[in-house]
Each structure stands twice: as C-alpha cells, then as structure tokens.
Write a protein that binds this ligand. Structure first.
Ligand code: GMT
Length: 380
C-alpha cells in the first residue's frame, strides 16, 4: 500500500507512535510517506520505503496566524497526486483529521486521481483536553465522523470520545506499541554507577514526559519526597516542558535538589530506563501512557494514577501499582514496597517485560493497523 502518515514532530507520544508505525510499515514493504513540519525526533536512520515530506507554512505580513491546516491539506493533496496514496493516516485529530478531510474533498473533485481513505487515530489530549473545548468541538466531531476509519489507543479513550463528542460512528481500539527488539533492558553498570553512585544511593527512580500540567510532575516530586524518607533513592527527570523549572524549584525548596537530576530532552531513553528501578507516572489522566510502556519493556515497574487507559497498560499488582491520582501517599508506599523487596521487584520487573512483549509489541500491533487499512479500503 502507499500510505501517508501525518503527525506532530514535537516530543509527544502521538509523534513517537506515528513514527514507529511508519518505520514498521516500511519494513513490511509498504511505501510510506511521513508528513510533518520537521523530521520527528525518533525518525532515526534512513529506512528503505520511508520518505519524509516537510509541511511548509509560509508566513505573510497580513497573517497573524500561521495557516498550518491549509498548508498540510495542500501537502496531502500534492502527495496523493504524486504517489497515489491509498491511505492517509492522521495521528492526532486536531487539526490533522480536518486537514485530511479537506484534502480528500479537493481530490474528490479532481479527475483521474486516486482518492485516499482517511484514517484518524485519536491519541488522548486531542479528545480529553482539546476536542471537547467549545472552540474546537464542532470541527473535531465533524472530522472524526467523516474519517473513513477511526482508531483510539485505548478502550478508555474510545469511551471518553463517545462521552465528549456527539459521534455515531464506529471507533476501533488499536493499542500503542513499541519495537520490543529495541526496547529492552541493557546492562550498563557504568551509567548506573554514574547516575546512582552506590555510596550515596540504593535505588534510582525515573519520570519521563513532556512536563505539561497533565503530567503532574509536582505530584511526582512529592511522591519522591515521601519515598526518600525511607529509601536512599535518587530521582531522574527526563524531558522538557513548561512544568520542569517549577518542579525543580519545588525540589530545591524541599531540600531534595541534590537528589533530583533533570536531564532535559533525551533522544536515547532506553539506557536511562535500563538503569532505573521504578517509573513514576502520577498523571491527571493518560489515554495510554506510552512512557510507562517504554519503562515496562525495559523491565521497570510503574507506579501510576488509576486514570484513563493506564489500567489497560499496567496490570495492577502484577507489573505495577495504581492509585487514585490524589493518593500520593499510596503511590509512595507502593514505591517503597517495590524498592525494598528485591524478590517482589524482580517479579514485577519480569512481569512488566512479559506484558509488554505479549500485548504491545510492533509485531502484534502493526498487523492490526494493516488489517484495518485493508478493511477500510475494501469498504465502498
Ligand atoms: O500527553 C501528551 O503529553 C501528548 C500526547 C501526544 O499526543 O503525544 O500524549 C497522548 O498520546 C500518547 C500516545 O498515544 C499517549 O501515550 C498519552 O497517554 C496521551 N496523553 C494523554 O492522554 C495525557
């Protein structure tokens, strides 16, 4: 198939999943065209069958606002003409599903051009934080309703989509995934000793996100403070975003400054996860929690909020522990239990890896997307 994949290039789960999907599809002999404003940060080395196409949004003195949706629709039209796309897969509804819809309308009026089917994948914040906002809801609902196929990354997000938008159409749940051959624990004793010197610390805790308010990094710092009272632990913060500097300020105010290290944005997270013992994810909501899955694949148990799709990813009491988002003491107690009981930790670590392999590997999930594409193409 000739497949266009539209995504955001910025750090965020939807861009990561779209890029991994594009790479996996290319490896499975499809011709894939990744469409974004810049090469997504996890694109990596050249893959045969995978081309990147940049969306340029020219500025003009008359415009105060960048016309991204228009330039994206235009790009999809041009690429469809040039490569006879069978599918345009829009990751994140806003405004990608709308741009794809507009492109399809333009192509429908053109003679002798294949009109691609539009698939929209809902990722979470496009529904839970933005989609229902009165400033967007009509256009978002329309674009989802008029996509040829719609997927959501969890049952929870599917339910939330129906609850927040007046939709009648079917939504297929296809979970997020990763390349289990790449995402696996490596033994890197030097890195562990550097980040978690044994004379000072026994355990290494990690949080990885884009540090937006929904991630509640402040809560993660408070959970760490409670764990730190019982365990000689250090906390690594990986990523960049609006809440990072406030989180660090709070850590300093709590006299935890030396025990919390912010590493900023990191392209290679597997080594960092590999040397960690526990992942904290106390988000207000999370449609899936891709970073938690990355941790699990590297054998790191997750303590998280019982919110959104997290219970579909984390097997409560088997691969991690879940608590109501405001139960910081509960999350801290679970963290302490895991960090102070080596046998329990080893069991959870293995179960985490096993669950990632069993349910969320590319080899299992990518064929679900391929099957869905074929199903949608076959519908008239
Ligand atoms: O949540 C973010 O910070 C960004 C957003 C995105 O589009 O990258 O993440 C959402 O999509 C991810 C990939 O499907 C999911 O793993 C995240 O759980 C989801 N975030 C939220 O629901 C808050």
């Amino acid at each position: 198939m000739n497949i266009g994949v539209v995504c955001y290039a910025s750090v965020g789960g939807s861009g990561i999943v779209a890029t991994e999907l594009a790479k996996s599809l290319a490896r499975r002999n499809h011709q894939v065209h990744l469409i974004s404003t810049e090469p997504p940060f996890r694109l990596g080395d050249y893959e045969a069958g995978l081309a990147f196409h940049r969306v340029h949004t020219p500025t003009y003195p008359l415009f105060r606002e960048p016309q991204y949706m228009l330039s994206l629709a235009n790009k999809i039209v041009q690429l469809s003409r040039e490569f006879s796309l069978d599918i345009v897969h829009a990751h994140y509804a806003i405004p990608h599903a709308t741009a794809a819809y507009l492109a399809k309308q333009i192509l429908s009026e053109a003679p002798d051009v294949k009109v691609p089917k539009i698939i929209t994948t809902l990722h979470g914040t496009d529904i839970t934080l933005l989609g229902g906002d009165p400033s967007y809801s009509e256009a978002v609902a329309f674009s989802i309703e008029h996509s040829d196929g719609v997927t959501a990354v969890s049952e929870s997000l599917k339910a939330e989509t129906y609850a927040s938008l007046p939709l009648r159409r079917d939504i297929r749940v296809i979970p997020n995934f990763l390349d289990c051959g790449v995402y696996k624990r490596r033994e890197i004793p030097d890195l562990r000793a550097r980040l978690c010197p044994p004379e000072k610390y026994d355990r290494l805790i990690i949080h990885l996100s884009n540090f937006r308010p929904v991630k509640r990094v402040e809560a993660a710092i408070d959970i760490f403070r409670r764990i730190r009272q019982k365990v000689r632990a250090k906390f690594l913060l990986v990523g960049e975003g609006p809440e990072l500097s406030r989180a660090m300020r709070i850590a300093h105010e709590l006299n935890l400054g030396c025990d919390v290290e912010a590493l900023g944005e990191q392209e290679h997270v597997i080594p960092l996860l590999s040397v960690s013992d526990l992942f904290l994810l106390p988000s207000a909501t999370e449609s899936f929690g891709l970073a938690g899955l990355e941790a699990m694949a590297c054998g790191v148990p997750v303590v998280a909020s019982r919110a959104g799709g997290l219970p579909e990813v984390i097997d409560e009491g088997v691969t991690g522990f879940l608590h109501p988002p405001d139960d910081l003491q509960g999350m801290a107690d679970s963290g302490i239990t895991l960090l102070t009981d080596p046998a329990l930790h080893a069991r959870f670590s293995k179960a985490s890896r096993d669950r990632a392999e069993e349910l969320f590997c590319a080899a299992r999930v990518v064929p679900q997307y391929e099957g869905y594409y074929r199903e949608v193409i076959g519908r008239e």
